[in-house]
Design a protein around this ligand. Sequence first.
Ligand code: FAD
Length: 502
Amino acid sequence: MIETKKVIVIGAGIAGLTSAAILSKLGLSVTLIEAHKQSGGCAGTFKRNGYIFDVGATQVAGLESDGIHSKIFKFLQIETPDASILDPSCIVDLNDGCRPVHIWYESSKWISERKKQFPGSERFWALCNLIHQSNWKFANNEPVMPIRNYWDFLQFINALNPQNLLTGFLLKSSMFDLLKICGLDKDQRLIKFLNLQLKLYSQENVYNTAALYGCTVLQMSQRPHGLWHLKDSMQALSSALEESLKRTNAKILFNQKVKLLEYNSQKKLWEIDSLKGDKVNKYYAHDVIYSPPPQGLLNLLVDKKDNYLQYQNRLNNLPEPSGALVFYSALKKENMRNIISNHYQFISEEFGSLFISLSEEGDGRAPSGEITLIASIFTKTQEWFDLEKDQYNFKKNQYFNKISKAIEEKFNISPEDWLHRELSTPRAFERWTNRPRGIVGGLGQNPEIFGLFGLSSRTPFKGLWLCGDSIYPGEGTAGVTQSALMVSKQVLASRGINNFNL
Ligand SMILES: Cc1cc2nc3c(=O)[nH]c(=O)nc-3n(C[C@H](O)[C@H](O)[C@H](O)COP(=O)(O)OP(=O)(O)OC[C@H]3O[C@@H](n4cnc5c(N)ncnc54)[C@H](O)[C@@H]3O)c2cc1C
C-alpha cells in the first residue's frame, strides 16, 4: 500500500537533514534519500591516514542560544553539539606590510581594531550595523521569500518591521553603494578587506554583494552571534540531525542516487526512481523536497510539459556559481608557530585569496601533537572539466605545489614538515557531494538574485519543493537551515497546518 501523504527528501546535506528532521518530528512520514554513503554533503567529513578532514564547511554560525541551529536542536529535543567560539574568528592579512586585521568576537575589541585598521570608516560600520539589526529582526520572524502565492505574501508581511521599510530602499544596492554613501569609495584598504571577506560568504566582491546581505554577513563574527568551531568534526552537526530522524522513525536511505522524478497525475503522487548499485528502487510521495543545487533538477524530471520550458529557462539562466580547490593537510603542532586563530585569510597574487582553517590540538581531527590544515580557494569549475586526463593531472599537480608553497611561505613551514597533503578539485567535489560540475556555496548574493529576486523554494510543479544553499537566505550551514525551515513551513501550510513556529 502506498502512503499517500509521504514526504521524500532528496539529499542528506544540512538542508535535507534539517527539513526531514522538522517534518518527521511533527509526525509526517518522511524518507530521506542520499546518494553518498554518509550524511553531511559539503558540511561532511572524510577520514584519511588517521586524520578527519572537514570536506567544505569548517566554521558554523547560528550555534548561539537563539541562533538558527540551536533553535532547531531545541525544537527537535536534541543536544546541540559541543563547540567553542572563534575569537578571533579570522585573521585577515592584506599583504600590504600592515598588521593583519583580527576579527574579534567582543564588539568593543572589534570596534577598536577597525578604528586602527580602517581610520574614518566608523560611519560605514554603523550603517552596516543599523541595516543588520533590521535584517535580523526580519529574519527571526521567519519570512518567506521570494513570494509566490498569498500564503508566502502573508508570511513576508508578518515578518516586516518598521525599520525594514527604511532599509527596503537599499534592496537593489550593493556594498559599494554603502561605501559611497559614507564617502569611503576610495578607501582601497577597506575595499580590499571587504572583497576578501564578502567573497567567502556571498561569492561576490564589494561591488556586487547585495547591501542587505553583506551587512549581515559582516556582523556574524561578533557577539551576540559568533562563529563556532565544532568539537570532533563538522560531522557532529549531521550526526545530531540523524539522531533526531532515528528517534522519530524517519527512514534514511544511503547509497541511493535519485535518477528520475515523475508526477503520476492519476495517483496524484510523485514517483521517484533511485539507483542503488544496478537496482532501481521506486518510491511514491505526495511531496518531494529537493535539497541539492537546483541546476541538477531538470535532468531528473520526466514530465516536460506545462511549466517546464519556462522553468528550464529560469534555471539555465542562473549565474554560474564558483567551484573550490581544497587542500587538506596535516602538520605537527610545533611546526605551526605563533598561531592564535583557527582561521586565516590572505591575499595571494596567484589565487586572489587563500582561506585557511586549522584544527585545535585535541579536538578529535588529528592525533595528539598534530593538527589539520585545510586551505581553500575559489576556481571556475569549467577549467577543470574540459581537460584530458594528463592535462587534468598536470594542472592539479601545479596547483598542489603552488598552494603548498604559498602556505609554507606564509607560516614559515619547511616542505619536510608536511605529514599529509592532498588536493581536491571541482571534479572531486562533484563525485563526493553530487553537486553538478562541483559547484559550491549556492548562488552569488548580488542584488539581482538576493532575497525577493532569488529562486523560490516553490517550483511550478505541485508538491515539488527546493531548499539548500541556492534558496533564500543563501549559503552556509546556518543559511541552509533557514531555508529548510522555510520549506518545511510551506509543505505544512500546503497540508493545512499553519500554526507551526519554532
Ligand atoms: C570549500 C567550502 C568551504 C565552506 N566553508 C563553510 C564554512 O566554513 N561555514 C559554513 O557555514 N558553510 C561553508 N560552506 C558552505 C556550506 O558547506 C554549504 O552551503 C552547505 O553545507 C550546503 O548544504 P546543502 O544541504 O544545501 O547542500 P549539500 O551539502 O551539497 O548537500 C546535498 C546532498 O544531496 C546529495 N545528493 C545530490 N544529488 C542527489 C541525488 N540525485 N540523489 C540523492 N542524493 C543526492 C549529496 O550527496 C549531498 O549529500 C563551505 C563550502 C565549501 C565547498
